[in-house]
Design a protein around this ligand. Structure first.
Ligand code: LLP
Length: 384
């Protein structure tokens, strides 16, 4: 994993920081392009996963589109010269819609009739026609953490199937709206690919409804959600894009002139990022000892928010020269005044001491972007 040179560099860099392996990012993008190009699929990068400038610019260069969820993301994507920009989100403000109209984005992914009416009104004022896709809630269970499940009727996202007809009919009457597609997103960190098969079958049914109503669609957007291996980042450093895209090829029925779009975030950037932190103290507990790091939930909130697993490694060469004796049990925690500020319980590591460097792996997605300044902490830095 980290070369001795890299670890030496870490030792002279103030911690905590995110370390990004841009070479791995490039390899991941190449693998993604190779597999998606086979079927003419168009991939948008879900910018919410990581909007770091270096990362964005590498992704833009690889030719992906952008999937944005705020006016500021739209601005950034258009400043970075992403070609195809989608704007999604259940609560787009008037200001954000105006930004997107001014930047002539490719498509608004719309979640309710009221939102579509507002876009129509604002587009009219600017004498523009806004292209939209209906985000439809397909009621498909993604079998992932409940906070990152989005495609069930109980979730706030999308237009429900039972209201679709009414929404479409009303939209057809709006003069400054052009219907160009349908959009779905069932959730994130999906490792059971059969959820995507269920999605494909549901999309096929919905497509046939549009066909029978003579409503042409150029865009079938199936969202993102492909999961990554948090347990074995080394072995599976690049997600299995081959089986992912093949599944859509096998089960999604598309019409001539239609393009299939994806909005992938995590699978592109998760493995190229690592949170590097220094051990401040070792503290004895009742049944376990604590490693207290200088990074906390302010730098990486995923474990506290979703009980997510991240592999934790002591990367100091002095901790374990042979790197094979992991015989001590620790709770690895941060310095923040919250009991949930814990990166891992009963983690087996070599004997660890003050000053050692610890890597929290697979943190390139939803890590740096979700950092906060709670406790007036410094903004977390990035190293490449
Ligand atoms: N499209 C839409 C409409 C989305 O809501 C999302 C993610 C994506 C695409 C990209 O999904 P991905 O390919 O990254 O799974 N903060 C959480 C994840 C939230 C995902 C939100 N939506 C986490 O740290 O696990």
């Amino acid at each position: 994993m980290f070369s001795p040179d890299t670890i030496n560099k870490f030792a002279s860099t103030p911690t905590p920081f995110y370390y990004y392996d841009l070479e791995l990012l490039k390899k991941t993008l190449d693998a993604l392009k190779k597999e998606s190009d086979k079927y003419g699929y168009i991939v948008h990068y879900a910018m919410k996963a990581n909007a770091n400038d270096e990362i964005l610019s590498a992704i833009q260069k690889s030719g992906l589109g952008a999937d944005c969820v705020s006016g500021n993301e739209v601005k950034k994507a258009s400043d970075e010269k992403f070609e195809k920009i989608f704007f999604a989100g259940v609560g787009k403000s008037d200001e954000e819609i105006n930004v997107a109209l001014d930047r002539n984005i490719t498509c608004f992914n719309c979640e309710s009739l009221q939102e579509i009416e507002v876009i129509d009104e604002l587009a009219k004022k600017k004498n523009k026609i806004a292209s939209i896709a209906f985000r439809i809630n397909p009621n498909v269970n993604a079998n992932t953490h409940k906070y990152i499940t989005t495609g069930l009727e109980e979730n706030k996202f999308g237009i429900n199937l039972w209201e679709l007809e009414e929404v479409v009919k009303r939209t057809q009457q709006l003069k400054n709206i052009k219907i160009i597609g349908i959009h779905f997103h069932i959730g994130s960190q999906i490792t059971d690919l059969s959820a995507f098969k269920t999605l494909c079958l549901r999309v096929n049914e919905i497509q046939s409804w549009f066909v029978s109503h003579h409503i042409p669609l150029e865009i079938i957007n199936v969202g993102g959600g492909l999961g990554v291996d948090y347990h074995e980042p080394e072995k599976n450093s690049i997600p299995n894009f081959e089986s992912f895209f093949l599944l859509f090829k096998n089960f999604l029925e598309i019409l001539p002139n239609q393009k299939v779009h994806f909005e992938i975030g995590r699978a592109i950037v998760a493995q190229c990022g690592n949170l590097i932190s220094k051990v401040l103290y070792i503290k004895k507990g009742v049944s376990t000892n604590f490693i207290i790091l200088d990074a906390g939930m302010t730098e990486l909130i995923r474990p506290a928010l979703y009980q997510s697993y991240h592999k934790i490694e002591n990367i100091s060469p002095t901790a374990n020269p042979k790197n094979d004796v992991q015989n001590q049990k620790y709770d690895v925690v941060g310095p923040i005044c919250e009991s949930s500020d814990c990166f891992g319980k009963s983690v087996m590591l070599p004997e660890t001491k003050r000053g050692d460097l610890v890597a929290i792996r697979t943190t390139g997605a939803y890590g740096e972007v979700m950092a906060s300044q709670y406790n007036l902490r410094d903004k977390v830095k990035a190293v490449y």
